[in-house]
Write a protein that binds this ligand. Structure first.
Ligand SMILES: [Zn+2]
Ligand SMILES: [Zn+2]
Length: 345
């Protein structure tokens, strides 16, 4: 009997030890499996232009700062996100819709590293930026394609520019941001010339999210680029009813035909993509290109009995005897849009 009690005690002791060990193992394992450091990419709604705030494990990077008129929006957005220091700023290229707010943003925060292409510009905006960089005692790094950097729990590789270009847009710095098994590509306003060079360097461009270059213009999102990046998602930073006609209808069509989900700052506002290293989730509802096309087909347009064109209601080319039909019907009748009043196409 005595021996039995002793055995029982040993068994209970062993069971308890096993229990404690497994609990402590679970506790140490949990942070790695469940609480993987989060990456957030915030594509800010700043009208026509680009500004993207990236946060990884408490470290921040800003890509561009929109137009000068948007600098307050960018600064308060960053403050709300708890930014005091930017580990990196990337001023992709010296156009006003990318560096317009850069000087004011640099005055408002501590900045560790400035990445800019080897490209100067003659605008006041550009000189303002240079003088703030000098005042802060910072140096400009013009990174070579292939250079790699660390941001918190993430890293990024420079994918462009691969050489010097005449054109500002083609000079854009492009990066591939990597977080665990997920990745994001940014190419500024790079167009065909620079994209062709990107496709011919040895860096793997494959990524989950592509930010459409040059605000969705058809000179940037090419079929070849989409083939190389093969993204599931695309984000377009664009101003509502902008005068450039961005994003191009052909770009939207190309993305939609490739089953790539589209997010647009003019439709969705600021868009936040979060990655836990294996999955990416978006804060906004995706833009439904097909539904918007159908919507548009119901828009009323105006015609005359014999004319070959269709018009807006107040077009000076049609008089009082106008008839109203839908855009879809106008197209079925092979009518073309009037060049004076520019009805929807
Ligand atoms: Zn731009
Ligand atoms: Zn540009």
């Amino acid at each position: 009997m005595k021996i039995h009690m002793k055995k029982l005690r040993i068994i209970i002791f062993l069971l308890l030890t096993a229990f404690i060990i497994s609990i402590s193992l679970l506790l140490t394992l949990k942070p790695d499996t469940v609480d993987y450091k989060q990456l957030t990419v915030n594509y800010m709604d700043i009208g026509q232009g680009d500004s993207i705030l990236i946060e990884s494990d408490g470290k921040f990077m800003l890509i561009d700062a929109g137009k000068a008129s948007e600098s307050d929006v960018v600064i308060s957005y960053l403050k709300n996100k708890g930014v005091s220091t930017l580990d990196y700023v990337i001023w992709t290229h010296p156009d006003a819709d990318h560096i317009g707010g850069s000087a004011e943003v640099m005055k408002a925060f501590a900045v560790k590293q400035v990445l800019m292409p080897h490209k100067s510009h003659t605008t006041k905006t550009f000189y303002n930026l240079l003088s703030v960089i000098k005042e802060k005692g910072l140096k400009i790094t013009s990174p070579k394609a292939g250079s790699a950097y660390t941001l918190g729990a993430s890293s990024f590789v420079v994918i462009a520019p691969n050489r010097d270009y005449e054109d500002n847009n083609n000079s854009s710095i492009g990066i591939k941001l990597i977080h665990g098994n997920t990745s994001f590509v940014f190419i500024g306003d790079a167009e065909k010339e620079s994209i062709t060079d990107m496709l011919h360097n040895d860096i793997d461009l494959k990524a989950d999210v592509l930010m459409a270059g040059h605000h969705g213009s058809d000179t940037s999102t090419t079929a070849e680029l989409l083939k190389a990046v093969a993204p599931d998602y695309t984000v377009i930073s664009v101003g509502k009813d902008n005068s450039y006609g961005h994003p191009a209808k052909t770009t939207l069509e190309l993305l939609s035909n490739n089953n790539i989900k589209i997010y647009r700052t003019d439709e969705n506002g600021t868009i936040t993509a979060s990655s836990d290293g294996s999955k990416i989730s978006f804060s906004a509802k995706e833009y439904d290109f097909k539904a918007s096309k159908e919507d548009k087909s119901k828009t009323p347009v105006y015609i005359t009995k014999t004319g070959k064109k269709y018009h807006l209601a107040d077009c000076p080319y049609i008089g009082h005897n106008k008839l109203s039909i839908s855009l879809k019907q106008a197209k079925e009748r092979d009518l073309t849009p009037c060049s004076k009043c520019n009805p929807p196409e």
